[in-house]
Design a protein around this ligand. Structure first.
Ligand code: FDP
Length: 279
């Protein structure tokens, strides 16, 4: 696992350089989810693939930017699903973005996840790695230094509601409003990585990306985004559900499958469960 951790660190340093120095323009390519790919997405995907190619313990990779999984080393045991640059449309307005990695043993699937990791590219570059514990590291020069362990409180103060409100179900809107009525504050940038990072570091709250009328199966991808963050939230003492079920209990059929998702501390996720159980 140390070799994977180091490869992610090397990738993060190269991605930071790419963000800082490359022109950002729209390429002609579309990714498998039908979105126009930014050139920077492609560059970041290539960086990660290159770094992972040098790690013999990695059997197969799946990237949000590639239609199919790619086998790297026949004798490796880890399967890594990653989103090289999540929230990349936020780059041209200079908001934070991130990379997400789900590390699976022997095959993809939530039940096989053994570690997960994300990197936030903001004013600082921070990396959060969850194995037995959830640990945050800060990029200092060319090295990542351990900063602290992340633990969620029982209850937080932040509310990050994703998706187009016009397309929310009425009970979902009522639930979101009920948190605001209780004093929760809106914190939503539109980047999953910084939005969830904020909730993790500020002790708790709720991030939701529900099923909507335009996206009945949610928007966020199970293998690349949902399972990795579910693993992190649970290890940090919080919860992660699809409305009713634990996200880590969900299967996947296609590597690009999505799911509605709710991540938070226990108090807020309990409210989600109560509201969704009746709907
Ligand atoms: P983006 O489309 O900019 O890549 O991964 C998808 C994502 O960003 C998440 O980072 C983010 O939380 C979500 O989409 C935002 O979607 P909405 O604008 O629909 O809320």
């Amino acid at each position: 696992m140390t070799d994977i951790f180091s490869a992610i660190q090397r990738s993060a340093i190269r991605i930071k350089d790419a963000i800082d120095t490359k022109d950002i323009g729209y390429s002609q390519q579309e990714n498998s989810s039908g979105e126009t790919q930014l050139q920077l997405d492609i560059k970041c995907d290539m960086i990660i693939e290159e770094e992972f190619s040098n790690v013999a313990s990695i059997h197969t990779i799946a990237s949000e930017e590639k239609e199919h999984a790619v086998m790297l080393h026949e004798n490796g045991k880890y399967f890594i699903a990653y989103d090289p640059l999540d929230g990349s449309s936020l780059i041209d307005v200079n908001l934070s973005v991130g990379s997400i990695f789900g590390i699976y043993e022997n095959a993809f699937g939530a039940q096989n996840m053994v570690a997960s990791c994300y990197v936030v590219f903001g004013p600082r570059v921070e990396m959060v790695f969850a194995h037995n514990k959830v640990k945050m590291h800060l990029l200092q020069g060319k090295d990542f230094e351990f900063v602290k362990e992340i633990r969620l409180n029982e209850k937080g103060k932040l509310n990050a509601p994703g998706g187009t409100q016009q397309n929310w179900k009425s009970y979902h809107k009522e639930m979101v409003d009920s948190f605001f009525a209780e004093g929760y504050r809106l914190r939503y940038s539109g980047g999953m990585v910084p939005d969830l990072h904020q909730i993790l570091l500020k002790g708790g709250g709720l991030f939701s990306y529900p099923a909507t009328s335009d996206k009945p199966k949610g928007k966020l991808r199970r293998l690349f985004e949902v399972f990795p963050f579910a693993f992190i939230f649970k290890k940090a003492g919080g919860e992660a559900i699809d409305g009713k079920e634990d996200l880590m209990g969900l299967a996947y059929a296609d590597i690009h499958d999505t799911s509605p998702c709710f991540f938070g501390s226990r108090y807020e996720v309990q409210r989600v469960k109560e509201v969704y159980a009746n709907n």
